[in-house]
Design a protein around this ligand. Structure first.
Ligand code: ZN
Ligand code: ZN
Length: 345
């Protein structure tokens, strides 16, 4: 089969590989669509050859995918050949301390399954058993279904942020993740202030529900500019960082009102640190939360949201390309052309 193989940063090559062989407990999926993601971009442009736990090169690239079941191991029940499915990129073990207390994203033994920029994908038994191989409801295309993975991560962040009607939420960042935030927070009925450096992306944010957009380039003091758009300049009820830089984590924290909630969602390099003024935590009683990845519950809810047409999928998938057009796919990814590219093998 054809596959885009990641050998190292800025070294992804189209290669001929063997179709994965499955065990009796696994499923083989014929990929119909994969989508590109900011996490792929971070890995591609990585400055070091040290990789996060979910990725060990050489490996087929990509992690957002939907397809059709091609082969089923003889011990697997509940699926049929030809069935349309979304395949999530991870599975919690369902047995460790964190899984037992319902914090599946903190699982001590997460199984990761990358390798979606290809023609076939092996689905490990852990993903099948925890429910992260999900049938695609009618009316949802393969590319739309592939959005389930990033959407499920954002959905967990939104649900943990306790956003209510009448709240003002500032979302820093209007990339794919920031825009999923916009779409979901709009559904919650809150006022949205969104910031970014890219005017085109802010335009999309306005289109899908941002009430106020601020270009960081235009405002010398972005914290002040955000506060000016909240009642009595008091700051946002909920401040969200959807970029992943330590510097923007720090500015986001200063955008929240007293007693507000700060959701630090974008993932900065693991070795980075931030500085927080203690008065903000003590006298202002700020609540800071971190959110990582997702859980099977939010994977299912995301499929529901997509099937119920609550997500503006057309703004997220801006181009559809064949896997053969790898150079163009990577160019879109690296130079942030469009929002997401759908890859059809
Ligand atoms: Zn992703
Ligand atoms: Zn676990």
């Amino acid at each position: 089969m054809k596959a885009a193989m990641f050998h190292g940063p800025e070294n992804v090559v189209l290669e001929e590989c063997d179709v994965p062989i499955i065990s009796d407990d696994e499923i083989l999926v014929k990929i119909e669509a994969a989508t590109t993601c900011g996490t792929d971009r971070k890995l591609y442009l990585r400055k070091t050859k040290k990789y996060p736990s979910y990725f060990s090169p050489p490996s087929i690239f990509g992690h957002e995918v939907a397809g059709k079941i091609d082969e089923i191991g003889k011990n697997v029940i509940g699926f049929e050949k030809g069935q349309r499915v979304f395949v999530h990129d991870s599975a919690p073990c369902m047995r460790c301390f964190y899984c037992k207390i319902g914090r599946h994203s903190l699982c001590d033994n997460i199984t990761w399954n990358w390798g979606t920029w290809a023609e076939y994908l092996r689905v490990p038994k852990e993903i099948i058993r925890c429910g992260n191989l999900v049938p695609i409801p009618e009316g949802l295309s393969f590319s739309e279904a592939a959005l389930t993975e990033p959407l499920s991560c954002v959905l967990m962040g939104v649900e943990r942020s306790n956003i209510g009607l009448g709240d003002t939420v500032v979302i820093n960042g209007a990339g794919p993740i920031g825009l999923f935030w916009t779409n979901l927070v709009r559904n919650k009925g809150a006022k949205i202030i969104q910031t970014d450096l890219d005017e085109d992306r802010l335009k999309i944010a306005r289109k899908i529900g941002a009430d106020i957009t601020l270009n960081v380039k235009d405002d010398e003091d972005i914290i002040k500019a955000v506060k000016k758009n909240t009642i009595n300049n008091r700051g946002a009820d909920i401040a969200v960082e959807a970029i992943g830089y330590p510097e923007t984590w720090e500015t986001t924290i200063r955008m929240a009102r007293k007693g507000g909630l700060v959701t630090l969602f974008g993932g900065p390099p693991p070795t980075s640190n931030i500085t927080v003024n203690t008065a903000l935590l003590h006298y202002n009683e700020l609540n800071l939360i971190g959110v990582f990845h997702t859980t099977p519950r939010y994977v299912q809810s995301s499929i529901n949201l997509l099937a119920n047409k609550k997500i503006d999928t057309d703004i997220f998938i801006t181009e559809t390309l064949k896997l053969d057009e790898l150079d163009k796919i990577l160019d879109n990814l690296v130079n942030r052309k469009g929002i997401k590219t759908a890859i059809i093998p």
